[in-house]
Design a binder for this molecule. Sequence first.
Ligand SMILES: NC(=O)c1ccc[n+]([C@@H]2O[C@H](COP(=O)([O-])OP(=O)(O)OC[C@H]3O[C@@H](n4cnc5c(N)ncnc54)[C@H](OP(=O)(O)O)[C@@H]3O)[C@@H](O)[C@H]2O)c1
Length: 276
Amino acid sequence: MAKLNFGGVEEHVVTRDEFPLAKAREVMKDETIAVIGYGVQGPGQALNLKDNGFNVIVGQRQESKTWDKAVADGWEPGVTLFPIEEAVKRGTVIQYLLSDAAQISVWPKIKPLLTAGKALYFSHGFGITYKDRTGIVPPDDIDVILVAPKGSGTSLRRLFLEDKGLNSSYAIFQDATGRAEERVIALGIGVGSGYLFETTFKKEVNSDLTGERGSLMGAIQGLFAAQYDCLRRHGHSPSEAFNETVEELTQSLMPLVRQLLHDCTARRLGLVEKIP
Ligand SMILES: NC(=O)c1ccc[n+]([C@@H]2O[C@H](COP(=O)([O-])OP(=O)(O)OC[C@H]3O[C@@H](n4cnc5c(N)ncnc54)[C@H](OP(=O)(O)O)[C@@H]3O)[C@@H](O)[C@H]2O)c1
């Protein structure tokens, strides 16, 4: 595991160089990964895992258009696509990717099917961190792990198809089998992560609620909506107001920030020669 110094603090980072896909496949060769939920993260993670050579099935409630979407994506009913409870029975790793609210309501049906040695996997630490309130209290004899891609399932899939990776954080809440670490890293590589950063469930929740749901999808959106409205009120045309806000942010500033951060991370990992 590489150690990187970020602002004077040493952090553990796993890269695909040190934990290649072949090793991830070897770790998971006897496992059946049941991806439960086919909303946003479900398709990205399930399709990337499948294309990476892992044994994947999907669990989705049947009375829904989402079932049809899974069929359209190539999952075969009764072979690789099952109702939720059947998929949980068949899986050895249960990737619990229902919406966070549905994770709470479906939990009573899932819990009895989590038999000894299975792994329960999340992409957000919410259900476990607030388990006193969500009721998601896992049995003691299973692993409980997390891989949280730092972006939407759509981006995860798009970057995978472009032969790139999206950074993810990973965490272990409970290691019952002694295999939680190799399982979580293998799955992180398998779903298409670029770099994997170590965290805890609690820190993931706090950073996600503050960063993604507070700043990125709350404050920034609010700031730009306010700027747009303000420019319009002062007589600017819609295109002028739009270009000064959304266009500049998404087409100029963000790609620049992304490139600078990418180069900086690559230099720290000694990958300078790989920067295009
Ligand atoms: N959105 C992201 O890109 C993103 C990024 C990082 C982490 N995460 C985390 O990943 C997890 C999944 O998030 P998501 O955004 O992919 O979820 P989502 O799109 O909101 O989840 C939808 C899935 O949940 C199912 N579902 C909803 N209500 C249900 C119910 N009452 N009973 C059974 N199934 C139900 C949906 O089936 P139907 O279509 O039939 O309703 C669908 O399969 C969450 O923990 C989230 O915090 C998400």
